[in-house]
Structures are given as C-alpha cells and as structure tokens.
Ligand binder design. Structure first.
Ligand code: NAD
Length: 428
C-alpha cells in the first residue's frame, strides 16, 4: 500500500455536475485506484471543497466525509483560497461567469487546473490563463466530455481517415428542461444564456473534429446569433430562454462551411429525455445523422417515467450500472474525461524523473482537445455570441462578428451602425 501515490485535489463548485461526474470518480478511485505503467497505482484525493455558501460542502461531508478522508470545507469568498497551497490541482465547476478568477488564483499559485466548459467567456481571459500556466509550468485544461462519446470518436475517426470528406454544413440542437433555468440555475441565471452553457459542447465538437486536428485546414470567419426571452427573465432583458447560433468557416480554396446550433433551457420538464440532442453533418460525400438519447433504449415504468426516470436515456454518458460480477458503479464518458485529467497529472508529477518533467509537460500541452491553448476558437465563438446577445438586449439585434479581419480579431458589426466594435484586437 505504501507505493500508492496520491494527488491532492481541490473542488470549487459542488453542484449538479460535481454530483454526477466528479464525486463518483473520487468515490470509485478510493476503492480501485487509477493505474498507469509509468506511475503505478494513484488515488486522486478530494482534499479541499470550495463553494459559495458552504452548505453543499457540509452536506457532502455528512454523506461521504469518512470515505473521502474528510476534506476541508471552505467558502470561496475567503481569499486567498484556504488550503490552496496544499493542492496539486483545482477543479472548477462553478457557474460559467465565475470560472476565470478561481482558475487564475490556482494557476498563480502553481496548481494545475481543470475547468468545466465553457472554460472562460473571453479571449482576454483565456490569454491571461494560458500565460500564467506557461510561466508556472502548470496544466490548464477544460472538460468537453462529448469528445469522448464513442459515437463522436467514430465520427472523428472517419473524418481523420478521409472516409468522410470536407464537411460543408450541419446543425446541432441541445435543449435542456425548464427546471434548469427555473430551479437549478435560478441563483445565477440573470444575464446568462443557454448558448454559452451548452452550445459550447457542439462548438468544440465541430471545431475539434473537423478542424486542423483531423488534417483539415480551415479558418473561423463569421459568427451570428439571435434568441428569445420572456420565460427565464423579462422579454426585453438580458436573460435568454433560447439561442440560435450560426458559425461559419472558410477552407483555403474559399469554399465555406456553416453550422447552426440551437439551444434552450425552457424545454418542458415532462420531455421523454433529460436533454434533447441531435446533430446532422453534411460532407462532400457523406451525411452523419445522430441522436444522443434515441440510441435504442425506450423505457416505461409506471409512476416513474418520464419525470423520475427518462424514457429515452443516454446510458453512454453517465449511468449507475451493476456489472455482471455485482460491482455497482457509475460509468460513462462523462467520468472518463475526468479520470483522464487525473491520469495526466499523475503522469506529470509521478511519471518519471524530475529532470524530464518539462518534456512530459510539453507533450501534455499538445493535447488541443483539452488544453486551454487549444480552446481559442471555442472561446472566440462564445465571446462573439455574448457580444451579439448583449447588443440585441441593448436594442441592436442582428449583429455579426467577423474574425481576423483588418479591424481586429473579433469585430462586431451591427445593422445600420457604421461604427465597428472591436471585441478582441489580437489574432484569434
Ligand atoms: N459537462 C457538462 O455536461 C456540464 C453539465 C452541467 C454543468 N456543467 C458546467 O459545470 C459548471 C457548474 O454547473 P452545475 O450544473 O454544477 O451548476 P450548479 O448550479 O448545480 O452548481 C454550481 C455550484 O457552484 C457553487 N458556486 C457558485 N458560485 C460560486 C463561486 N463564485 N465560487 C465557488 N463556487 C460557486 C454553488 O454553490 C454550487 O455548488 C458550469 O460551468 C457548467 O457549464 C457542465
């Protein structure tokens, strides 16, 4: 047992995504440590909890304190973050407009960071985090679990191998139930939109799968967006019920590709699935149609479906499963992505001689699917969408953001307004 190495992990934000994905990984790896050839067995230990009121931390300690080794419980408003100096890494799963400051504090203290999607809401923030991570030799990463969905890995394989060529257009929808905006996120919903919250899943999937990582050269060109209000907030306010986003790319020979991504968090709660997710990607020689919840299972249980248990579940993401050998655990790509981060920190910290640490870090940083340095287009699209929606709420709908033109990296153009607003002047 002495040979088991541990990682001391801090967790900021103890909400839904923590309960669904991070907590099961911590509980599971206590019983079955991670194992890698370079490190041997490794246990990621939850060492410190940070949340807005401390209540969820107390609740977690009541439920699992003993098994988790009694992590310390803190308010995030205490600065500097208590016990940060004792950590190897901080995980950030707070609401999306509160990722940046926590990640910056951790990186400044020389700690690795994993941030829930969207990493941050502007390229300025991304630049700051990337600079500190580089200066302090830390890993700075973001979670996009959809890239690990077996269907999306297969999609990428076919694109990467040239079987499906040159994507030309497509759409994706991701519709969340009304309880997300009315209950779960009611504390932080004001001024927010479902596009930044969930369109990012598909923005990243498209940008990563069809872009340079698969051998395609293309450039992000234009972003436009509109949306609807009146349910999550006032009809003339800045809180959005649903958002329609369009993202356009250009290939080197001037051909273009366009994608529409529709999101909402006001879908009926009695909907048959947790989230409705559907995509269609059209290629030069192929078409890919996929539905994330209609994967074959349809379930009806009297008195339970569709409110307590959904009728068309996606068991690949995250499910409690009883294995044939009677071991019960949560499994799925939503957890695999977190294990992967722990594995990479273990490899970095314990995977060889200290003199080779920099080489290990450099190789880990080339993983653009999760490294913050590979998140530029996704953050640029989120920043553009936020800028367009803000202008819309201020009375100027119909904006378009152009990318890497003469006037700057991200430039907002509004109909009838000759003045261009530069959102980001560096190159995206
Ligand atoms: N990967 C996914 O599919 C997925 C799904 C849901 C949420 N998320 C992401 O996870 C993050 C959190 O979402 P959630 O659904 O868990 O939200 P939630 O509202 O359920 O929980 C948020 C948690 O953050 C805490 N918090 C709020 N402000 C804070 C602050 N300033 N500092 C520290 N803690 C703070 C709250 O106390 C709460 O514990 C968001 O970035 C969201 O986009 C990802």
């Amino acid at each position: 047992m002495e040979n088991i190495k541990s990682l001391r992990i801090g967790m900021a934000g103890l909400g839904m995504i923590f309960d669904e994905t991070y907590l099961p990984v911590f509980l599971e790896t206590i019983r079955h440590p991670l194992w890698f050839p370079e490190t041997g067995p490794v246990i990621p230990k939850l060492h410190a909890l940070y949340s807005r009121t401390g209540t969820r931390g107390k609740d977690l300690l009541n439920r699992h304190g003993e098994s988790l080794g009694k992590p310390s419980n803190h308010l995030v408003s205490n600065t500097p973050l208590p016990d940060l100096d004792q950590l190897d890494a901080l995980l950030v799963a707070t609401p999306d407009d509160r990722h940046f400051s926590l990640a910056r504090e951790a990186l400044n203290a020389g700690k690795h960071v994993l941030i829930e999607k969207p990493s941050v809401l502007s390229l300025h923030e991304l630049d700051v985090l990337n600079d500190i991570a580089r200066k302090n030799n830390c890993l700075a990463r973001v979670v996009y679990h959809k890239l690990l969905d077996p269907d999306h890995k297969r999609l990428r394989t076919l694109v990467h191998d040239g079987v499906m060529r040159s994507v030309r257009s497509g759409y994706a929808t991701l519709l969340e139930p009304k309880q997300i905006c009315s209950q779960q996120f009611s504390e932080w919903i004001t001024g927010r939109n479902p596009g930044s919250y969930v369109a990012v899943h598909y923005i990243k999937l498209i940008d990563f799968t069809f872009g340079p990582s698969s051998g395609q050269k293309w450039a992000l060109k234009r972003i436009s967006a509109t949306g609807q209000r009146g349910l999550a907030g006032p009809a003339d306010g800045n809180t959005w019920d649903s958002v329609q986003l369009r993202v356009e790319y250009e290939y080197p020979d001037s051909r273009e590709a366009a994608f529409d991504i529709h999101t909402s968090w006001v879908n009926p709660d009695c909907f048959p699935g947790y989230v409705d997710q559907e995509v269609q990607f059209r290629f030069e020689n192929a078409i890919w149609l996929a539905h994330q919840r209609k994967r074959g299972v349809e379930l009806s249980i009297e008195g339970m479906t569709p409110l307590l248990i959904k009728e068309t579940p996606n068991h690949h993401y995250n499910s409690e499963l009883l294995d044939p050998w009677n071991q019960r655990s949560r499994q799925g790509y939503g957890l695999e992505v977190i294990r992967r981060f722990f594995g990479d920190i273990a490899f970095l910290n314990h995977g060889g001689h200290d003199s080779e640490r920099h080489a290990r870090l450099t190789s880990l940083r080339t993983q653009e699917w999760c490294d913050l340095s590979g998140d530029r287009n996704t953050v640029a699209i989120v920043q553009a969408m936020e800028g367009i929606l803000q202008a819309h709420a201020n009375g100027s709908p119909g904006g378009v953001v152009t990318v890497n033109g003469k006037a700057g990296g991200l430039v907002l153009c509004l109909p009838g307004d000759p003045v261009r607003k530069v959102l980001y002047d560096g190159k995206v």
